[in-house]
Design a protein around this ligand. Structure first.
Ligand SMILES: Nc1ncnc2c1ncn2[C@@H]1O[C@H](COP(=O)(O)OP(=O)(O)OP(=O)(O)O)[C@@H](O)[C@H]1O
Ligand SMILES: [Mg+2]
Length: 158
């Protein structure tokens, strides 16, 4: 991890590796954690979320909440899964009680988070997924070093 910019870059060459990374996150994720997902269409934001939910014990099928903005799931902790792709402006998020979810007892996962960046707390973890090939991705993680260290403990060998 770079101590100055709090950034970790992980490369995965298969879908299974993305799923594995999600399982590692699931081990230490805590109530109040906010995970902001960024990346082009088809980068793997929903795929990562599905794997994370499964690893947290969610048994129902996780789908992208593109039209209803948020779906809630119950795993070992509540999961608030947002997809803000279709919102016209960040203010719309107040109508669905975005703040209360972010401050709630669950973990918030936000697809297309850059569209509501002004509403995202400082201590959120950002995950930028770049497609580099059919099944390869470069995953860039940014956020407070304490959180990045906790979430990626196994990846970086602690
Ligand atoms: N290493 C990988 N990590 C994640 N997804 C992968 C990987 N390799 C292949 N894929 C495939 O890429 C696709 C990713 O689609 P997904 O719906 O998760 O993207 P998304 O970022 O949520 O897109 P959107 O912006 O449309 O919501 C899936 O079909 C998935 O199986
Ligand atoms: Mg998606």
């Amino acid at each position: 991890m770079c101590p100055e910019c709090n950034e970790i870059t992980i490369t995965v060459d298969t879908l299974e590796k993305t799923v594995e990374l999600a399982s590692i996150f699931a081990e230490t994720i805590k109530p109040g954690d906010i995970l902001c997902l960024s990346g082009d269409l088809g980068a793997g934001k929903t795929t990562f979320t599905q794997a994370l939910c499964k690893a947290l014990g969610v048994t129902e099928h996780v789908t992208s909440p593109t039209f209803n903005i948020m779906n809630q799931y119950e795993g070992r902790l509540p999961i608030y899964h947002f997809d803000v792709y279709r919102i016209a402006e960040p203010d719309e998020m107040y109508e669905i009680g975005f703040d209360e979810y972010l401050n709630g007892m669950g973990v918030s996962i936000i697809e297309w988070a850059p569209l509501v960046e002004v509403l995202i707390p400082e201590d959120a973890v950002w995950m930028i997924i770049k497609t580099t090939g059919e099944t390869s991705r470069t995953i860039c993680l940014r956020g407070p070093s304490e959180k990045l260290g906790r979430l990626t403990h196994e990846v970086i060998g602690h």
